[in-house]
Design a protein. Structure first.
Length: 290
């Protein structure tokens, strides 16, 4: 079977009379996966930033753990575009620190000069640069997205504990509440039935665990403001595990595929009632860690 070749025509969107930034924005909003960053969902469009304009697109991964602050520019990248992208990323990460955040620049022409400038930020700021091309084939127009600069990989915080900013109990009692930190204490006592030397290691984004001074984050805690403790266990995803959690009546969130964790929302009165199931899950996660 012969394959027909069709020549395409590249379109200069910056100077096009009909294609504009809003058109591109709408296309990506309808199908975020086309930019090549995985199965993303649209969280918001033209998102108002306090005293700083509007963010073009806010995208989120399917596991609701990571957000992408996306800015679109027709033509060449410029200083103001880079600064605006980073500014919006910074505002969002401070407002919603429970998520990981990544700044994304999408432009028709990411010049070598500004690619060098962006590269200086990459590593200190999680930033992705994507070049966008519009092409015409017959009477149809398509968009091609090419990642030209990827976010630097920092590795897992669990694997390199030095990159985690150390805090203390008081930090978490303010970020959550004294009650939800006390709930973490109750679960720590369950963990100590396995090994009595476990203790908390307080970090900026979670409360981890150490055993005789050695980091072992098979379980982590995130005390919340709403009388809820988020308890996360590193267990490979399996139908029987999920079934156990659901049958026990525990509130299970989406599985965290990046860190291989089951995430459970626990209320105060549930710890004693669900004690046996919590211990069973703790043992599974612990045994997987050794």
């Amino acid at each position: 079977m012969a394959i027909n070749y069709v020549k395409y025509q590249k379109i200069d969107m910056k100077n096009h009379q009909e294609l504009d930034e809003k058109w591109v924005q709408d296309i990506i909003a309808k199908e975020p996966a086309i930019i090549g960053l995985g199965d993303l969902i649209l969280k918001d469009k033209e998102r108002i930033q306090p005293h700083a304009g509007r963010l073009d697109l806010l995208l989120q991964d399917e596991n609701a753990t990571r957000r992408f602050e996306v800015e679109i520019q027709l033509g060449k990248t410029d200083e103001s575009h880079i600064i605006r992208t980073i500014e919006y990323w910074d505002i969002e990460r401070k407002r919603f620190s429970q998520y990981e955040h990544c700044a994304v620049i999408i432009a028709e022409d990411i010049t070598s000069r500004f690619l060098n400038v962006i590269s200086l930020f990459n590593g200190a700021i999680p930033l992705i640069a994507i070049q966008m091309n519009a092409v015409k084939i017959g009477d149809t127009v398509s968009l091609i997205f090419t990642k030209v600069l990827d976010q630097s990989s920092f590795g897992s915080v669990d694997d390199d504990e030095e990159v985690a900013e150390v805090t203390d109990r008081n930090y978490w009692e303010l970020r959550g509440t004294k009650q939800t930190v006390a709930m973490a204490d109750e679960i720590l006592e369950l963990i100590k039935t396995i090994s009595p030397d476990f203790e908390f290691k307080y970090n900026k984004y979670y409360i981890g665990l150490a055993n005789n001074g050695q980091i072992n984050n098979f379980a982590i805690f995130r005390p919340q403001k709403n009388s809820i403790l988020r308890f996360e266990l590193r267990i490979p995803k399996a139908d029987n595990i999920e079934e156990k959690i659901e049958n026990a009546g525990l509130d299970i969130l989406d599985y965290d595929t990046r860190w291989n964790r089951y995430r459970i929302r626990i209320k105060k009165d549930e710890i004693e009632k669900k004690k046996e199931m919590l211990i069973e899950l703790i043992k599974i996660a612990y045994n997987n860690s050794i």
